[in-house]
Unconditional design. Sequence first.
Length: 427
Amino acid sequence: MTFELLRARREMGDQQGRPGHWIPPGRPTDVPLGVQPESGGKLLCLECGLWFRQLGQHVVAKHDMSADDYRRVYELPRGFGLHSSAVKQVRAESQRERLAADPEFKARLRPKRSREELARLSKIAWYESKDRAGVRAARRQGPPAHNVAQYGHLGTAAMRANRAAEVAELCRAAGFASIEEVFTEKAALSNREIAELMGMSKGRVDKLRRRLGFDAPGRWAKDYVVKHPSMLPPIPAKELAAVPYGTQPVKDGYPLCLECGRWFKRLDQHIAVMHGLNVADYYARHGIDPHEARARELGYASLADLLAATADWNGTDLGKLLGVTTRKTRELRHRHGLTPPRGARPVGFVPKTPRPHPPLSAAELAAVPYGEQPDRDGQLLCLECGEWTRGAGAHVRWKHGIGAAEYRARHGLPADTKLHRRLGASS
């Protein structure tokens, strides 16, 4: 070894392959394209020949290439992770712990892009990597015989065999001979219950059940009785066309969508998502009076019956029932020949300003003790005429032509007596 090479080692550090340290040359030449060797919990860097638990950080720091560039050069599948199986297992366990500790963590992991954008990006990625050697190896029925250890896991047949062996092992652990025996003996159990029994996911149980031809209980069973109309298939086109124009059928509280013929609990969300219509456009398209539809939702035959049943209601309460303003209730009542009730107050109405009490008679006014200023429900008694008012000072000035000081002197009131509205106990 030359002196210059020894001095370079001494200056650059050890040969562990960490970013920022010296790495000897030696690109592997015996690894075919599309293969990423792994051994001892580490992946082989196909650029320099060293082993790492995570290749993504290494190729960025030492070889000035991104992870996507590395996959493209060596024709690996675009979704191939550049970290070892041990690292994947540790990350999966950590993710499961976070999901168990924080129920809202799963919602924060949802992609920010729309479904259309994700589908477009997925299609682009498929076109970019469909002809790579690693993807072609994954499509083969079995791994190449000369290099099974390196990329046998990419073969389709090998993956299916591994999954079948895993399912058989779970069946033996649960006390069954095969998955067919599980579905035969536990036919009454739902997919979720079988998943908890077998220790697998609900989706995997559903796929196995469908693939093997077993009927699942619940809404997928043949003899299942639909309880909610929204689960029923859409009504035939002839029946949908026979619905009278301007009517909105309702069945057991479920309104019918006149666009597709299905029943829904919330029709506004359905027409917005599936048909791109708001409520006003939907009503205008099918000639529906929204107030008539609201009356039918409340159990009345028509809006006229609802207005007749609530003839003694005030406009505020009727507006809350129909979801309209008080002014609109007066218009609806006038359209159907009904007169709004006079003096009706909303339920729980509390007036901001109490109504004035009747004035006292001369005998009652003379019985008021000298030197006292009675108040009642926030109103003051005028000791000149016996009327109740919110401001006695202004009242006596404009009605009796005397000032506040003279009023206090006439009736022996202290100089600091307040002559405006005040809240006090009834006298």
